[in-house]
Design a protein around this ligand. Structure first.
Ligand code: NAD
Length: 388
């Protein structure tokens, strides 16, 4: 195989350097996902599971593997603008690896600057940072590590639903400040029990959210282009909606779990939010652009929405003055839900698996494919569109 240039964009190292000790000594071994899909093979990894791999020095644990084969491995976090390291090396890149948490936006214009590019790998899930139509046109394969962090996100998502409804973040601030003002603490605090919760996009994450919420004694609703099996609908007592507005009108909490593509961009705009019940909550761990930035802010300010939480923004990193950082009743975090140390282990091993298949001339697992052979493929064919 020719010696290739692999350009990898990762988030910067921790401000005080890479961790010298970790909070825990190991992570559980996950070899299979809930739908039976096998997790990436861990037998040939060159890193310690549970270590920080997603930042520049972690290098996704790929350095030795790539350099032993004579490939050129460039890692940078400098990804914005024409003078960035990313744009500097794009013309030489055969493969680009990027993480949604610190996305190297592969726009049509940037793809045009990368004549050798054949493979774009998402270390994680969600390849909307790549212009998929342009990748199709140029016959670039786009692959991601399907399921690697779906459960990580579902856990974060449930945490955010509970913390909004119970108003946990406010109460924690009182405790930290040495205060004991119970009436102030509970004046926006409710029980989740008995509420109606609706999931938009009942794929790997959405279904995991539904399963995790079921024991809370809530009424579960969902909307997806594809209906779940009658067995799952019965097991979770699900109410199916065949359009998003039918769901949005009746639920107390919306959980957004569909990918960002032309059909879902700006889905939660002023018109749809206006149809929601007063006092509803939205949790969005899918992508920032699925919600209209101003409409969310205004609905919180007017009291129409009681809370909004999520970890996804546009652009990323979000500018310091992004209104979602300071709007009332928000429980935002930076884009972290899918990059826990546990998730990093799986997606680093998954990227290694994709590269091994590619170098060996073997087919990349069907479920990892978003674009292949000049068309949407695998998971991409099921979950994405390139035109509205
Ligand atoms: P998935 O492919 O298993 O599920 C996506 C579901 O959305 C599918 O069931 C699909 O049919 C549905 N869908 C697509 N278009 C739709 C539309 N127009 N209306 C209704 N439903 C639609 O993917 P997943 O693993 O569940 O991940 C979902 C998304 O979550 C990713 O694409 C990504 O954007 C996001 N994600 C975020 C993080 C994070 O760290 N915050 C991590 C992983 C994934």
């Amino acid at each position: 195989m020719n010696k290739l240039t692999i350009l990898c964009v990762l988030y910067p190292d921790p401000k005080n350097g890479m961790p010298k000790v970790y909070a825990r000594d190991n992570i559980p071994k996950i070899s299979q996902y809930p739908n039976g899909q096998l997790a990436p093979d861990m037998s040939n990894i060159d890193f310690i599971p549970g270590s920080l791999l997603g930042s520049v020095s972690g290098g996704l644990g790929l350095k030795k593997f790539l350099e032993d084969q004579g490939h050129r491995f460039i890692i940078t976090s400098d990804k914005e603008g024409e003078n960035s390291e990313f744009e500097k090396y794009l013309p030489e890149a055969d493969i680009v690896i990027s993480q949604p948490f610190w996305p190297a936006y592969l726009t049509k214009e940037r793809i045009a600057k990368a004549p050798k590019l054949k493979l774009a790998v998402t270390a994680g899930i969600g390849s909307d940072h790549v212009d998929l139509a342009a990748a199709i046109e140029r016959n670039i394969t786009v692959a991601e590590v399907t399921f690697c962090n779906s459960i990580s996100v579902a856990e974060h998502n449930v945490m955010m639903i509970l913390s909004l409804v119970r108003d946990y973040l406010t109460q924690h601030e009182f405790a930290k400040a040495g205060l004991w003002d119970i009436a102030d603490c509970v004046s926006r605090s409710y029980d989740l029990e008995g509420m109606h919760v609706g999931v938009v996009g009942s794929g790997r994450i959405g279904l995991a959210v539904l399963r995790r919420l079921n024991p809370f004694g809530v009424h579960l609703h969902y909307y997806d282009k594809y209906r779940l099996s009658p067995e799952i609908e019965k097991e979770l007592n699900l109410i199916y909606h065949n359009d998003v507005s039918s769901l949005a009108k009746v639920v107390d909490i919306v959980s957004i779990n569909c990918p960002l593509h032309p059909e879902t961009e700006d889905m939660f705009n002023a018109q749809l939010i206006g149809q929601m019940k007063r006092g509803a909550y939205i949790v969005n761990t899918a992508r920032g652009k699925i919600c209209n930035r101003e409409a969310i802010k205004q609905a919180l300010e007017s009291g129409h929405l009681a809370g909004y939480a999520g970890d996804v923004w546009f652009p990323q990193p979000a500018p310091a003055d992004h209104p979602w950082r300071t709007m009332p009743f928000n429980g935002m975090t930076p884009h972290t839900s899918g990059t826990s140390l546990s998730a990093q282990t799986r997606y680093a091993a998954g990227v290694l698996e994709i590269l091994k298949a590619y170098f060996g001339g073997e087919k990349i697992r069907e479920e990892y494919l978003i674009v292949d052979g000049g068309a949407l493929a695998g998971t991409g064919k099921h979950s994405y569109t390139t035109a509205a």
